[in-house]
Design a binder for this molecule. Sequence first.
Ligand code: GUN
Ligand code: ZN
Length: 433
Amino acid sequence: MTTTILRGRVLSFIEEPQARDDTGAFVFIEDGAVEIEAGRVVRVGAYRPVAGAVVKDHSGKLILPGFIDTHIHFPQMQVIGAYAAALLEWLNTYTFVEEQRFADSGHATRIASRFFDELIRHGTTTAAAYCSVHPQSVDAFFTEAEKRDMLMVAGKVMMDRNAPAALLDTAQSGYDDSKALIGRWHGKGRAHYAITPRFAITSTPAQMEAAETLKREFPDLHVQTHVSENLAEIAYANALYPNYGDYVGIYEKYHLLGPKTLLGHAIHLSERETDVLAETGSIAVFCPTSNLFIGSGLFDYDRLHARGVRIATATDVGGGSSYSMLRTMDEGYKVMQLRGQRLMPFRSFYHLTLGNARALGLEDRIGRIAPGYDADIVVLDSRATPQMRLRMETVDSLEQELFLLQTCGDDRAVVETYVRGEPLKSGLAEQAA
Ligand code: GUN
Ligand code: ZN
């Protein structure tokens, strides 16, 4: 069996850093080696020559677990940067129009190919993605993921009201289509199906019951939806569900909360809602570029963290404005600055890797570079641009270097993206048609 060795500066978290000097939270090896066989990491340690091994020399570069994006919309590639005052206008004017194009499986296939190119270009090896309402969009998505052998979580959005007719399913067809897709894809290779009621506004109570039934029938599946992103959205959701107490209460009533539930945004939560997320182990997904771009609000990281709510981070493309998880954490840092909170650089890189793997409940497979883990890996160059190179002359610690990567880095800092040990970024066609 061929052994591949990635040589470079290996950084892998083992715990969430609790303080700036919490060096016990990670493993860092300056002249390190990641030895890979059959797509798995078999050894991590100091570099040593191994007879017959293929060495990929990334000396001087940082080798980290591939980035994990816990909330992204595959059919929204062509609405990034759409000009709107706020969430509901943005959805109605652009997004609900664009997503109709995914009825055409030829279109879905073309965009899926471009979507995975972008993830790879930006060092993202796993994502939790929303597809469109059309089952064929999920087929296109997982077919492309399978070609590249990438671990993906995704589902068709269930939505049976308050959107154009061409974008609506029904409670029954949403259930039937989701169930057929679960049968077709869940557990096939590295595919994980997520039950995906888009948000309470676009689902009738009957459809929420259908989602509840799916979760009862398939308790191991992820659930992904949106909550408390924008004040008008919250008022609308509460008006549609007047007897549920609050927005989180809607999902609670239908038993959709729990340790595999990803709640996009979760910005404007009441005390009760915060407690419910903590008690159920549900995940609040921080989407800073989106929250700033759409003007939704400032995620209250410290409050949720102190209350024991699990937190993940994500791009939320196309509400989000970048595929880069480095750009995402930079904007997250700034959101927290505006709230008088601090995001430690080591904590940022924990979120991008092990933290987001834990949020997905996949921390035994991805998110670390350790024996037995899938060899999904990103290689980063802290001197990727002239200004980063110049700035690096005055950087004298790993913490500062990571902070520079987060503040100034993007896809240009991603030297290579390995999926199951295969270098995929260098193999991308320069520009697909
Ligand atoms: N809420 C419901 N759907 C969406 C979406 O596509 N993007 C964002 N940002 N919020 C939503
Ligand atoms: Zn979203």
